[in-house]
Design a protein around this ligand. Sequence first.
Ligand code: PMV
Length: 321
Amino acid sequence: MKSSTAIAHPNIALIKYWGKSSITGNIPAMSSISLTVDALESKTKISFPNNLNEDTWILNGSKQSSLERIKMPFNELIKRSNVRDACLIESDNNFPTAAGLASSASGIASLVTALSHALELELSLKQMIELTMLGSGSAPRSLFSGFVSLDVAGDTITCNTILEGNQWPLEVIICVTSFDQKEISSRVGMEISRKTSPLYNNWVDNHQKDFQTAMAAIQSRKFTQLGTVTIDNCLKMHQVMKTSHPSIDYWNETTHAVVQQVQTLQARGREVFYTIDAGPQVKIICQPDLTEEVVFEINKIAGIKSIIECGLGSGARLINA
Ligand code: PMV
């Protein structure tokens, strides 16, 4: 056992997962497609200091009272090794945590990558996918670069890069509309939706069609087709959320204003589209030559807290191997 550090980037879902088929394995009830982004990053360092009495997780410099959402993949990895020494997990995000920027996906992917290496476990890709999924249903996607699919077909789960970022270099402009942590975590929210939304079954039953349309659009690099299905899938997920009891609405006034601005840009013939996850931030996807114009327009909106320009990024990796 040794010290080890890994980094991973968040991923932004174009075709969303919202709902689980199994709580124990944290298995998504549907397939999803995402973009791994380069500008945001989670870094996790694993070490085993002699003077440590219990497993300790420090997130962005603050000691956490429990292992919380990293507990399942952490315990499972420890169980597979002979190591019984107390472990120090130091995680840092260079962006707001738990605000709908997929910090859990990149955090878990960097944790599993660093910890499996520190414990000297030789894991297959399939095992890495299963272990990251224990922490967050979208985390396996952060193991991979570029355009990523997480295909759930019954018990068979596969996760792959569909296209590398340099094969279709789109830009993702993240419009941060609030730094607040969300009140309802995605884990809790999706269970509420599964149990209470009248739209939930329809959402699950018709999801594969969106997945296939987006796959075909990515493979043939058809921007408009990808944009249409992405927006449609995003709005369907938010309808499922809103029709849940209690109703879940992650959007704020600025979220609405950004969406309206994207519609204005589209009406001007600009190739842009947006997506929104379990939080109020809007992610705008465009060709690189439009970034400047999009950022200029978004900056005019009152309530915008910050704009982060991203290209497509690499999968999780060790940085001190
Ligand atoms: O991976 P989780 O449990 O944080 O859930 C992710 C949920 C969404 O971001 C809303 C959609 C997705 O596929 O990433």
